[in-house]
Design a protein around this ligand. Structure first.
Ligand code: NAI
Length: 267
């Protein structure tokens, strides 16, 4: 199905601005949404300011949309109310709106924190058990399950991108494993919009030799990462967490925050 109208949520955010610039001029119509202010619309762009928790507004925003890149939401750990509103209800509203609108694809910004309680010693793939490390991580695992529901039951293509650490460059030693360059992010979003699939989970990670993840599922869909955190090794290799939980579990500081479990049983 040809994509005439693309919706990008979270368009005022860090990754939303990257996606906005990457897709500018590539589709007839790009609808950009966030609850925060966004730069003025350019040719072929439309701005829709709305909170994801507002079901009627979100459903109107989905009308006529062929594909969604859903980046909007709470991007790290927060109290339940915030996570529930922005990430649980917000994601439900996006999927329900997509279903009502006949949208063909939803690309969801999931997170490595959906699986952050796995040991760094285990190289996991897209079929591993979800092990959220935070309330935030639970919301990402929930979003992936919404994808399964609307994909297998209603036929919407669902592309779930478990993003590692997507910044201009890696910031600490964990980034040697988790970093995703902006260029590789854009390649993965392109794959999400064009590849033939029903429901997929892929890792949003660059070509890092120390990656925690076997990303063969992304490679099967055509992903050829261009960047590697190794280029920054000398800047970051000494920047470790001063905490054994953060150092041994994949979610790093998210896994360690408030941890009261049995670390040995997880290794
Ligand atoms: P960001 O915080 O820069 O952007 C998120 C945007 O969502 C913000 O502009 C914010 O205003 C908007 N937003 C939040 N709650 C909203 C609501 N209730 N209604 C409408 N808009 C709302 O975060 P970033 O880094 O751009 O992340 C984008 C997505 O990617 C998020 O879903 C995040 O969880 C996910 N992600 C990002 C990673 C990264 O390394 N940047 C890593 C893993 C996942």
């Amino acid at each position: 199905m040809v994509i005439n109208r693309l919706l990008i949520t979270g368009a005022a955010g860090r990754l939303g601005r990257i996606a906005r610039d990457h897709f500018y001029g590539k589709f007839t119509h790009i609808r950009l949404s966030d609850r925060s202010d966004m730069d003025a619309a350019r040719k072929g762009e439309e701005i829709v300011q709305c909170d994801l928790v507002e079901r009627d507004q979100v459903e109107r925003m989905l009308e006529g949309v062929d594909a969604v890149i859903h980046l909007g939401g709470q991007p790290n750990e927060a109290e339940w109310d915030t996570v529930i509103n922005s990430n649980l209800i917000g994601a439900i509203n996006i999927w329900e709106g997509a279903h009502k609108a006949g949208t063909n694809r939803v690309i969801f910004a999931s997170s490595n924190h959906a699986i952050g309680m796995h040991s760094r010693a285990c190289k996991i793939d897209h079929e591993c058990e979800p092990r959220p490390d935070t309330r935030y991580g639970v919301s990402k695992a929930f979003g992936e399950d919404l994808g399964r529901l609307y994909s297998y039951k209603h036929g919407i293509r669902s592309f779930n991108l478990r993003i590692g650490s997507c910044f201009p460059k890696p910031t600490d030693a964990r980034g040697l494993s988790t970093w995703l360059s902006h260029r590789d992010l854009c390649q993965l979003l392109d794959i999400g919009l064009t590849a033939d699939y029903q429901h997929e989970i892929v890792y949003g990670v660059s070509n890092n030799p120390l990656s925690f993840w076997d990303n063969s599922n992304a490679k099967r869909l055509g992903y050829k990462p261009q960047d590697s955190a190794e280029e920054y090794r000398t800047e970051i290799e000494g920047k470790h967490f001063d905490d054994p939980v953060a150092e041994q579990l994949q979610g790093g500081g998210f896994s360690a925050s408030g941890f009261t479990g049995d670390l040995d049983s997880l290794l």
